[in-house]
Structure formats: structure tokens, C-alpha cells
Design a protein around this ligand. Structure first.
Ligand SMILES: Nc1ncnc2c1ncn2[C@@H]1O[C@H](COP(=O)(O)OP(=O)(O)OP(=O)(O)O)[C@@H](O)[C@H]1O
Ligand SMILES: Nc1ccn([C@H]2C[C@H](O)[C@@H](COP(=O)(O)O)O2)c(=O)n1
Length: 229
């Protein structure tokens, strides 16, 4: 990039396609802020779990999220996530939160609250890379560049297994089933379902290593602001 990048890059897509790792690397290279909206829904889920709320009660879920002080950082090099002042960066990646986050994030009032916060955080940055499920479709419909990242389900399950240090084929099959379950839930909910924006560039990362995907997104970002790729 010859000058400083100014604009918004969105990265949406199913679980395990590489959104977080690619978004962090792209943000670092562009000198941009970085926002992990999945971490915000995960932190909201911590608040719901700690409030002991019935997961079929949408109003109680929304009340618990609205009462919690949820803070997330916007830099690519450090993960800052707190709920009511407690560091939950590790806890939000655990099995309990991962199992519960889809029903919590399907509650429309929770989405309205977090989308408002996402837009406020984005408004503070001259340049930002935001990852999630509905960023190009709902949160930032006028973004400079929208990417929809996909990968074959087998590749995603292997990557997630590698990330968790799992080698047992039975456990890998469980991981694949969990990814399928979450994708199905996230794609079929009524409010802001996971889908590519009409003007998103679809990048299939199956068979590409992370660096190749980062390079492709950087090329697209340069082109989007009128620089030679
Ligand atoms: N192109 C790639 N090739 C191989 N592995 C990759 C690639 N991109 C990312 N990975 C690895 O795959 C794992 C999952 O990536 P990451 O957490 O970035 O996915 P994600 O889409 O953000 O997932 P989630 O939505 O569940 O948070 C990580 O270990 C990451 O290093
Ligand atoms: N913009 C977003 C981001 C995330 N979610 C939900 C759906 C995911 O299953 C969950 C966790 O996200 P991850 O950390 O795996 O990226 O949060 C959403 O609905 N909208």
C-alpha cells in the first residue's frame, strides 16, 4: 500500500474458514484496527450463562446481555475481552460458550445491542477490518471491501482439530459435526443469517495456505481503494 489505507474491510463466513487469523494479519499489514464480532457474541454468552438464564427465554437473554458491561479490544495483536471487568478471553473459546453462542446470537434484541456497539467502535477508526457473520450484509453495508471466506467442511474440521491439537479421528468427526451444527444454526436463523452480501468477493481458502489468503485479501483491498494490485 503506497499511502495509509483508509476504509472498512469485512470478512464473513462459516466457522473455521480462517476469518480470525486472516483478518488479524490483514489488519496488521494495513495498519488498521481489528474487530472480532464473534468475540462480542461469545462474551454476551458468558453474561447469559453467569446470569443462569433459561436459554429458551429470549427476553431474559436480552436483559442479561444488556445488563452486562462487555468490552472488546480493537487491535490485532492482543485479545482483550472482558465482562463486568473480568478477563474472559480464554473462557469464550471453551466448549460451554461454543455450545451456547448460537442460540444467544439468534436473539434479535441481542443483535441490535451488539450491532450498535460494533458500529460505534468502527466509527472510531480511520481503517478497520471486521470479521463475523453479518458484517457485509447488516453491520457495514457500505464497506470498502467485503470478503466472504469459505472452505470445504473437511478442511475446516482439520484446521480446527490442528488448532486444538486433536488427532483422534473420532474427535475430529465430532469437531466436524459441531461445525456443521453451528453453520446450520447461524445460516437458518431469521435475523441476520450467515450469507454472502450481494457485492462480496467470495474467497475459497480450501487448498490455500493462510499467507496466500492474506495476500489475496490485500490485493483486493489495494484494488478497492484504486491502487494497482
Ligand atoms: N488457509 C488456511 N489454511 C490452513 N489453516 C488455516 C488457514 N486459515 C486459517 N487456518 C487455521 O485454521 C484454524 C481456524 O482459523 P480461524 O480461527 O482463523 O477461523 P475462523 O473462521 O475465525 O473460525 P471461527 O469463526 O470459528 O472463529 C486456525 O488454527 C488457523 O491458523
Ligand atoms: N457477526 C457475528 C459474529 C458471530 N456470530 C455468532 C455466530 C457464531 O457461531 C458465534 C461465534 O462466532 P466465532 O467466534 O466462531 O466467529 O457468534 C454472529 O451471529 N454474528
Amino acid at each position: 500500500m503506497s499511502g495509509q489505507f483508509r476504509g472498512q474491510v469485512t470478512l464473513d463466513g462459516p466457522s473455521g474458514t480462517g476469518k480470525s487469523s486472516v483478518a488479524r494479519a490483514v489488519a496488521t499489514q494495513l495498519g488498521a484496527a481489528y474487530l472480532d464480532t464473534g468475540a462480542m457474541y461469545r462474551a454476551a454468552t458468558v453474561a447469559v450463562l453467569d446470569a443462569g438464564v433459561d436459554l429458551s427465554d429470549a427476553e431474559a437473554i436480552a436483559r442479561a446481555v444488556s445488563a452486562a458491561d462487555i468490552q472488546v479490544g480493537t487491535t490485532a495483536d492482543a485479545e482483550l475481552v472482558t465482562v463486568d471487568g473480568v478477563d474472559v478471553a480464554e473462557r469464550i473459546r471453551g466448549a460451554e460458550v461454543t455450545r451456547t453462542v448460537s442460540p444467544v446470537s439468534a436473539v434479535p434484541a441481542v443483535r441490535r445491542l451488539l450491532v450498535d456497539r460494533q458500529r460505534a467502535l468502527v466509527a472510531e477508526a480511520h481503517a478497520v477490518v471486521v470479521e463475523g457473520r453479518d458484517i457485509g450484509t447488516v453491520v457495514l453495508p457500505d464497506a470498502t471491501l467485503k470478503i466472504y471466506l469459505t472452505a470445504a467442511p473437511e478442511a475446516r474440521a482439520e484446521r480446527r482439530a490442528g488448532q486444538l491439537g486433536v488427532t483422534d479421528p473420532g474427535r475430529i468427526a465430532e469437531i466436524a459435526a459441531d461445525l456443521r451444527r453451528r453453520d446450520e444454526y447461524d445460516s437458518s436463523r431469521a435475523d441476520s443469517p450467515l450469507r454472502p452480501a450481494a457485492d462480496a468477493v467470495v474467497v475459497d481458502s480450501t487448498g490455500l495456505d493462510r499467507e496466500a489468503v492474506v495476500e489475496r485479501v490485500l490485493e483486493l483491498a489495494r484494488t478497492a481503494v484504486g491502487e494497482p494490485a
